[in-house]
Design a binder for this molecule. Structure first.
Ligand SMILES: [Zn+2]
Length: 302
């Protein structure tokens, strides 16, 4: 039986309106819906009076204006960024110019190199540089709220989640989303790191996840366990292909995915299979004929 992930796919709020979603949290959705962003980027405002803004979002003037309008009469003390994809971080500097607040959070985009191949997710924001880089366990705080950085590499190497202990809540960025699995696209995406970062969430006692895209996840641990099981199932399918002598990723993809996804998405699926194979090779289970690459021939390692 394939693993069933209990996705949450309810419609999001209309773009541009700040909605209170908990006593300490407001959410404004940017007008950038796509296959990668679902209904759009959800920017979070934490606190009242003196607030933090998490993931200002893509470079869209109307979204900047919506954030500024929502915060009329309040002070932004921190602009906080989970990771450097162009649907999350680029508006940090314009928001800083509008508010004077420093930019905190993840470091610069990890791979620092051109990522070749098919476009399977929102691209990297190579311009991003925080004023203050937060390490795992470091926190920023304001009146009545604390945001503690939880380093969760995998989707990107610099990805941070942020724990709001006052509400036992975790802002999960793109690490755990309610509507979809995360894209793990090498070279910056790293499946081995991602799996460890999922395990890390199981050690925590967060009662709700607020992802950037889509609605909150309230059954936190069962949801994460389903994600882990789904990836292990995918890994087993790859190993089964290799056991049957299918060593090329482009030949594995139709067999593993069949008609569960449109063939249009096969290149994205190939990236995901490649991410698994890199992880399996690092663990000594799989070997490449020659250099590791998306076009390489693979076999089970003896
Ligand atoms: Zn992302």
């Amino acid at each position: 039986m394939p693993v069933e992930i209990p996705f949450v796919r309810a419609p999001d709020f209309p773009p541009g309106e700040a909605r209170e979603v908990s006593p300490l949290i407001r959410r404004i959705v940017a007008p950038n819906p796509s296959a990668f962003t679902f209904h759009g980027t959800g920017t979070y405002i934490v606190g009242r009076g003196t607030v933090a803004v998490i993931d200002p979002g893509p470079m869209i003037e109307s979204h900047l204006q919506a954030i500024v309008d929502a915060l009329a009469g309040e002070t932004v003390s921190h602009i906080v960024v989970t990771h450097t994809h162009i649907d999350h971080s680029p508006l940090a500097r314009p928001l800083q110019r509008a508010t004077g607040a420093p930019v905190w959070g993840c470091g610069p985009h990890g791979s620092g190199k051109h990522e070749p191949g098919e476009k399977v997710e929102e691209g990297g924001d190579m311009e991003f540089a925080p004023d203050r880089q937060l390490q795992h366990g470091e926190a920023v705080e304001g009146a009545g709220w604390t945001l503690e950085a939880v380093h969760t590499p995998g989707h990107t190497s610099n990805h941070l989640c942020f724990a709001l202990s006052e509400e036992k809540a975790l802002f999960t960025g793109d690490h755990v989303m309610g509507w979809s699995t995360s894209v793990i696209s090498p070279p910056d995406g790293d499946m081995g790191a991602y799996m460890k970062s999922l395990e890390l969430l199981l050690e925590r006692e967060d009662e709700v996840y607020w992802p950037t895209h889509g609605k909150p996840v309230r059954e936190t641990k069962p949801f994460v366990r389903a994600f882990i099981a789904h990836r292990r199932e995918r890994e087993a399918a790859i190993l089964a292909c290799l056991g049957d002598g299918i060593g090329l990723i482009r030949e594995m993809v139709p067999r593993i995915y069949g008609n569960t996804i449109p063939s249009l998405l096969y290149p994205a699926a190939a990236c995901s299979v490649f991410a698994h194979i890199i992880d399996l090779a690092e663990r000594g289970a799989v070997a490449a004929e020659g250099a590791i690459g998306i076009e390489a021939q693979y076999r089970l390692a003896r």
